[in-house]
Write a new protein. Structure first.
Length: 384
């Protein structure tokens, strides 16, 4: 006797294994998505803990120290471009003809998705030359609503190792200024982004040349900013302010201690005493390299001390009431106790700590919101 199979039974026999495989795949995919969500939630929770933030900062310091090891001694020997604040001020003081920057269209990779802005790039020759010529043309990204100078201007200065990837979270801060009607000029530090020499990642060459060139990079940035800030003030009668992150905050605060270019300033995770960094265990490669190049730890303390805000004079034009500080409670690079001690010395009372260290500081909504509030206070106080 022959048993006949119905079309329905044949279809089940044929597709049954496929359906079982598909079901198992769906279960496996669901489990994977669940694991990813759990891992993301765990990472998010860890990001608010002291242990995780300090570990990330320690890794960042160790990375900088390893970058230092790539450096090569200057054949002429260790040459210090300045030894104290007086020499640094003289070296970086604007001189000669007024700045006349070249204006070029903004590359697509740097543009913000905003139709209400004119976006362009300013460039000009740096007054202090570094070993790699790519660094010797300063540049800044301009995001403006109209003619530069008709509205308040925020000079935005990032910290070390800013990269294309970092420009996205940086835009969360610059948007706070743009949304309040201010124009933004974002300065590109030496040896970063398009100022990076071949064979290096953004920021690496800041450390991985000779020690003399490393110190000159600090001075080149300060010189660029002093000239750029003076030029921005000359563009119109509107207030000119600053936002500096990490080393960028140090550079702007050092500028404000000498020049009358800024009306308001937010220091974000500022490094106010760079000598703190060379004392840390992670900085051993820097200390070893000093010894190899014929320098001493005292030399580095002296030269880094030229930027030490703990002993710097208070600004003449920039009132303490127009300085705000947003900083991480768990920061190992811009130590919160040092930041608070400096703020007391300068009479700065607008302090906004949040639960992050240095490395993860860009990724915290409260920091963005605090900046928006203090910027509104500054613009209102300055009548804009």
């Amino acid at each position: 006797m022959v048993l006949e199979t119905s079309p329905t039974m044949a279809s089940k026999a044929r597709h049954g294994p496929r359906r079982r495989i598909a079901k198992r795949a769906a279960i496996a995919l669901g489990a994977l998505v669940g694991l990813v969500l759990v891992a993301a939630a765990a990472l998010w929770l860890a990001a608010g803990t002291r242990w995780f933030n300090e570990r990330m900062d320690s890794r960042a310091l160790a990375f900088m120290a390893r970058t230092v090891e790539r450096g090569r001694p200057d054949p002429a020997g260790l040459r210090l471009p300045y030894r104290d604040a007086r020499e640094l001020e003289a070296l970086t003081r604007p001189a000669g003809a007024p700045l006349a920057p070249r204006v070029a269209p903004m590359p697509v990779s740097r543009r913000l998705k905003r139709a209400d802005l004119t976006q362009e790039v300013l460039s000009f020759p740096s007054a202090i030359a570094l070993a790699h010529p790519e660094a010797n043309t300063a540049s800044a990204y301009v995001y403006r609503h109209g003619r530069l100078g008709d509205r308040p201007i925020v000079l935005w200065v990032p910290g070390l190792f800013v990269s294309n990837l970092a420009l996205s979270p940086i835009s969360w801060f610059t948007r706070q200024a743009l949304d309040r009607g201010a124009d933004v000029v974002l300065y590109v530090p030496p040896y970063h982004l398009e100022r990076t020499p071949p064979g290096y990642h953004s920021g690496e060459a800041f450390f991985a040349t000779s020690l003399g060139d490393h110190l000159s990079a600090f001075a080149q940035e300060l010189s660029d900013l002093r000239r750029l800030a003076a030029w921005l003030r000359a563009q119109g009668g509107g207030p000119v302010g600053g936002f500096g992150a990490s080393l960028g905050a140090l550079e702007l605060l050092r500028l404000a201690s000498w020049d009358d270019s800024l009306d308001f300033l937010t220091a974000f995770i500022p490094v106010v005493r760079p000598t703190d960094l060379i004392e840390r265990p992670e900085s051993e490669p820097m200390r070893l390299r000093l010894a190899r190049e014929g320098g001493s730890l005292e030399d580095m303390r002296q030269v880094y001390g030229a930027f030490d805000l703990m002993v710097a004079d208070r600004p003449r034009r920039l009132a303490p009431a127009r300085i705000s500080v947003i900083y991480g409670r768990y920061d190992l690079i811009g130590l919160p106790a040092t930041v608070e001690a400096w703020a007391r010395r300068w009479g700065v009372t607008r302090l906004y700590p949040f639960q992050r260290g240095h490395t993860l500081s860009l990724f915290h909504r409260r920091a963005h919101e605090d900046y928006g509030r203090v910027l509104e206070e500054d613009l209102r106080a300055l009548g804009r």
